[in-house]
Design a protein around this ligand. Structure first.
Ligand code: IMP
Length: 428
């Protein structure tokens, strides 16, 4: 089977970008299939650091075609800003980019409505990235006011849709916030039509392209955004994103059948982080959490928000690995845990006296889950220069072995730093 996929096993930010970048060399097409510019990945390539959000990580390598598939929501302005930053940095990559005509377009009213809705939720706000992701997906599922990339590039049809939608949305926005912004349909049409002129050469039927590529034996790499626990159906609802960010989203988002995936790689940090609201049983809202945040530079790539930090939660990662059919696991950022006398891994939850290894479906239950922790000795050595598993301190080896046993999947890679070389491959 030619297709490989990389997905996050936690609440996003698992360092998937580095793993996708490592694997890109052996692939010909890299595909983003869900989410939008809410994602953020940092990639080190040719001595430079790139922060990507909507563009697939493959965009940095000239032998690769990068595809944005139907399941992604696209803010054309954000897309072009990111592309232009790469072009300005010497990456002539526009002709390697392909965008599905079926993907949906994020419009200004999506951002305005999301801001108003989040503000109205007060303390129970989801803590979204404010990129209009959820409001755009809602329009797609509702169908009435949705605009796809295929519509955007039809000048007259697009203008007609905007003129129809803007007054309707303005009414809703005025109700939510009478002092809020007033939209100007003509200005939106002008701005988006300008974007459309630049996008047009990249727009294609990516589904047909990917199916043909698969049949001709090309090697496909699917790049997940966010993590399984943020999946709208299988994650910690309602504190989730609006797409299927687990392995379940690959097929619906790309149009490529499930059985085409031959290798499903799940990435988990050696600890856990979460941005935004929602329950987090192993959270360390104390100096240990702060130590992890500082050592791991745990601040959002997209929003800059400090990430909440906690112990590795194998109830959650095991669940993610099982629902996504993960073959092997990457343990990322193990180096961040150097210098702790003692570490903990969560192996079960105690919910009102009932011990379970299953992730509860209700957030209310997850919020009261007490982590059952397994204590593991720490290590003091800097491990960023280690390249073989057997050269890791014994305690670090033990940590990885326990994680693998509790997640229930073999570990194929341990990452000990952001650079490509800072990678330990483990033969199965
Ligand atoms: P949205 O995707 O902007 O609607 O945000 C919904 C939730 O998903 C919020 O808690 C965000 O912080 C979280 N989220 C969205 N994208 C990412 C990501 O790439 N990494 C981590 N968290 C994310």
């Amino acid at each position: 089977m030619p297709a490989t996929s990389v997905i996050g096993l936690q609440w996003g930010d698992e360092a998937k970008g580095k793993i996708v970048d490592l694997l890109t060399e052996q692939h010909e097409i890299v595909i983003r299939y869900q989410g939008g510019n809410n994602a953020g990945h940092t990639v080190k390539f040719d001595g430079k650091t790139y922060k990507l959000s909507l563009l697939p990580t493959g965009i940095l390598q000239s032998h690769v075609k990068s595809v944005i598939a139907p399941g992604v929501v696209i803010d054309p302005r954000a897309f072009l800003k990111e592309l232009d930053a790469l072009i300005a940095g010497g990456e002539d990559c526009a002709d390697r980019m392909m965008i599905s005509d079926r993907a949906h377009v994020i419009c200004p009213w999506h951002l305005l409505e999301e801001a108003a809705l989040e503000a109205s939720r007060g303390g129970s706000a989801i803590g979204t990235t404010m990129r209009g992701i959820g409001t755009c997906y809602r329009e797609k599922v509702g169908r009435f006011h949705a605009i796809r990339i295929g519509d955007l590039i039809q000048k007259d049809a697009f203008a007609e849709k905007v003129r129809e939608i803007v007054p309707f949305k303005q009414n809703i926005l005025n109700t939510l916030n009478p002092d809020g912004a007033q939209m100007d349909a003509d200005q939106i049409i002008d701005e988006y039509s300008g974007c459309a002129d630049r996008l047009r050469p990249m727009v294609a039927d990516t589904t047909a392209y990917l199916l043909d590529a698969l049949e001709s034996g090309k090697k496909l790499l699917f790049e997940g955004a966010q993590g399984c626990l943020l999946d709208v159906d299988h994650g910690t609802f309602p504190y989730v994103t609006s797409s299927n960010s687990s392995g379940c989203g690959i097929h619906s988002g790309s149009g490529v059948p499930a059985r085409a995936i031959g290798n499903m790689i799940g990435v988990a940090k050696a600890y856990t982080t979460r941005v935004g609201g929602g329950p987090f049983p192993t959270e360390l809202d104390n100096e240990i959490g702060q130590k992890i945040r500082d050592a791991g530079n745990e601040y959002g790539t997209v929003t800059g928000r400090p990430r909440r930090c906690g112990w590795l939660d194998t109830v959650a990662t095991r669940y993610s690995a099982r629902i996504s059919g993960v073959d092997s696991v990457v343990i990322a950022l193990l180096d961040v845990l150097s210098g702790f006398e003692e570490l903990n891994i969560c192996e079960a939850y105690d919910i009102n006296g009932k011990v379970t290894r299953d992730l509860p479906s209700r957030c209310e239950d997850l919020a009261i889950a007490k982590p059952v922790l397994r204590r593991i000795a720490g290590w003091s050595e800097d491990i960023t220069n280690v390249r073989r598993f057997e050269d890791l301190p014994v305690a670090a080896q033990e940590y990885v072995k326990v994680a693998a046993e509790l997640i229930g999947r073999p570990v194929s890679i341990v990452s000990v730093g952001p650079d490509r070389e800072q990678t330990i491959h483990i033969a199965s």
